[in-house]
Design a protein around this ligand. Structure first.
Ligand code: ADP
Ligand code: MG
Length: 577
């Protein structure tokens, strides 16, 4: 019997297990393979580290990134647990020393990348040793349906067999059933215990803002960050965007440490920037999806996605880096039609320069990526509890309670749920900021995009350069109230979604709240809505957010009389955000 509690306190210096850790560890120590699916930051590492210590033999950990390994090895050594890593980044002598220690019967944790099995010598040494435990971290990289697919991970099933089917733990934060299935099948796990812990992160406040013009994001971001004192992450989908946003913030937020991070930078600069980010409380990092794995900064109060990511898996993993300490944090997504173009561009590029991917696999991969992108878009545009959407996507069907996402906050303000129909797909035209410099490091970190390909899908219906189409959605709430009254002013045709598309979700949400207020006033005064205030006036109020009576009276449609009648109530409502 292993005394897991005493190992936890005496070796790991931790007071108690987090939810499910004990169960998983006990299972593993009983000799059962395990697939562990837990959200980022939940504490997956302990699920193999503690058994590794308890078993006292050699544990081999497969990890996709050197930065992840470095972090783990350092933390383990701080705890005086024997740990080493073997990577192509180490000097030759160091690699040789690690191999020597392996030959001498090293007991402890050895971290390697999956590519290591192709290196001469390593295979021979590792197969000559008996493993107590094999851990596959970030195991979703095995799945071609995952957002981080690595062809080298595909070989791990074979490797595992060569190692004599050792006790195995696979760990990931990606929970979709398809990915889980792929992991089990690919690693040839038999009778593995599958541990899936909840994905709900009640402390995260989700928000999605739709921009009609991609350029408007810049003002919103600067405005947002000015109001935040602490540091955070701003994710962009391309290197070009990272550079643009870094420059923007450096000039607009003088004095704040702003660092960039993407795979096109040289490793030294990346390392320096990452270090600056970790060390400075107020540092803001502007990065592509190359950034974040293995970053241990639990008190991040916000993660902003300046562009739409390719999938909800990717989004949740990145956004989930906020608020790991369990305290309230914001996950904000900026959405514009141009983002979809960028992602479609990446999808078109799947398979380019990746010789390990068979031709016949490319079509299905692209189809799957398109579905994932559709789901991501739906999340961004559907005015339905965002937390619920995320949980549903990961297979959890409980409706969250006490949610603070933008949709829930708005509908609480309006006293009614916002609309619940999924948005139709957008039709896009090419935008200037989609270029061949686009990168998607999740698909291939080393790929060089060579071909110049135009991604125009549809011509715009008019001379307009950018068109956002798709049936404008009317709110069931709106149509119900107006239908009942059977009298409606022409302006009543405007709905929150249209306002959102035009002015962004923040304005739409405010508009919706003002409407709810108007409804109250309408009832109190026995008037019709448009006799109280026109929709166009409400939109102006939502956009300009007057703070004083003077400012209020500058809004078209508000004269002295209306200011006197409704001014106080309107200002009170507008002061809420
Ligand atoms: P994951 O791999 O699931 O993203 P990690 O294993 O990196 O998460 O753990 C995230 C953080 O939680 C680390 O700082 C780790 O030390 C901490 N942690 C893990 N288990 C516990 C525990 N039982 N009690 C306190 N902290 C823990
Ligand atoms: Mg981890």
């Amino acid at each position: 019997m292993h005394d897991v509690d005493s190992i936890l306190s005496t070796i790991f210096h931790l007071p108690s297990f987090r939810p499910r850790q004990r169960e998983i560890i006990t299972d593993v120590l009983a000799g059962r393979d395990a697939l562990v699916v837990m959200p980022t930051g939940a504490g997956k590492s302990l699920c193999y580290q503690l058994p590794a210590v308890a078993l006292r033999g050699l544990t081999l950990i497969i990890s996709p990134l050197i930065s992840l390994m470095t972090d783990q090895v350092r933390q383990l050594r701080d705890l005086r647990i024997p740990a080493m890593m073997l990577t192509s980044g180490q000097p030759r002598e160091e690699q040789r020393a690690v191999m020597d220690r392996m030959r001498d019967g090293f007991r402890g944790l050895l971290f390697v990348a999956p590519e290591r099995f192709a290196a001469p010598g390593f295979q021979a040494i590792i197969t000559s040793r008996k493993l107590s435990l094999l851990a596959i971290d970030e195991a979703h990289c095995i799945s071609q349906w995952g957002h981080d697919f690595r062809p080298e991970y595909l070989r791990l099933g074979e490797v595992r067999q060569q190692l004599g089917d050792p006790l195995t733990v696979a760990l990931t934060a990606t929970a979709t059933a398809q990915v889980r299935q792929d992991i089990v099948r690919s690693l040839r796990l038999k009778d593995a215990a599958i541990h899936v812990t909840g994905f709900d992160r009640p402390n995260l406040r989700y928000q999605s803002i739709t921009f009609r013009k991609a350029k408007d994001k810049q003002d919103e971001l600067v405005d947002y960050l000015r109001r935040r004192k602490t540091g955070g992450i701003v994710y962009c989908s391309t290197r070009k965007q990272v550079e643009m946003v870094t420059d923007l913030l450096a000039s607009e937020l003088r004095g704040r440490p702003i660092v960039a991070y993407h795979a096109g930078m040289d490793p030294e600069a990346r390392q320096t920037n990452q270090q600056r980010f970790i060390e400075h409380e107020e540092a803001i990092v502007v990065a592509t999806n190359a950034f974040g794995m293995g970053i241990n900064k639990p008190n991040l109060r916000y993660v902003v996605h300046f562009n739409l990511p390719g999938s909800l898996e990717a989004y949740y993993q990145e956004a989930g880096r906020a608020g790991r300490d369990g305290k309230s944090a914001e996950c904000i997504l900026y959405f514009a039609a141009a983002d979809v173009m960028t992602q479609k561009f990446f999808i078109d590029k799947i398979g380019d320069g990746n010789s390990q991917l068979a031709r016949r696999d490319i079509g299905p991969l692209q189809r799957r990526a398109t579905q994932q992108l559709d789901a991501m878009q739906r999340y961004a545009r559907w005015e339905r509890c965002r937390r619920h959407q995320i949980l549903e996507y990961f297979g959890e069907n409980t409706a969250p309670v006490d949610c603070h996402c933008d949709v829930c906050v708005a509908s609480a303000g309006a006293g009614v749920p916002l609309r619940a129909g999924p948005p139709r797909e957008l039709v896009y035209v090419r935008e200037d900021d989609v270029r061949e410099d686009a990168e998607h490091e999740a698909y291939s970190a080393r790929r060089v995009v060579t071909s110049r390909k135009t991604t125009v899908r549809k011509s715009p219906p008019s001379a307009t350069r950018t068109a956002v189409r798709g049936k404008a959605l009317s709110s069931p709430h709106d149509s119900k109230t107006t239908a009942k009254k059977s009298v409606r002013a022409p302006s009543e045709k405007i709905n929150a979604e249209q306002v959102g598309v035009r002015y962004g979700n923040a304005v739409a949400v405010r508009f919706q709240r003002l409407r709810a207020l108007r409804l109250q006033l309408t009832k109190q005064l026995h008037r019709l809505p448009f006799q109280v205030l026109h929709d166009s006036t409400l939109i102006e109020l939502a956009r300009q957010r007057p703070r004083t009576m003077r400012e209020l009276m500058k809004i078209g449609g508000i004269g002295e009389k209306k200011a006197e009648q409704f001014g106080a109530a309107l200002l009170k409502e507008l002061a809420k955000d």
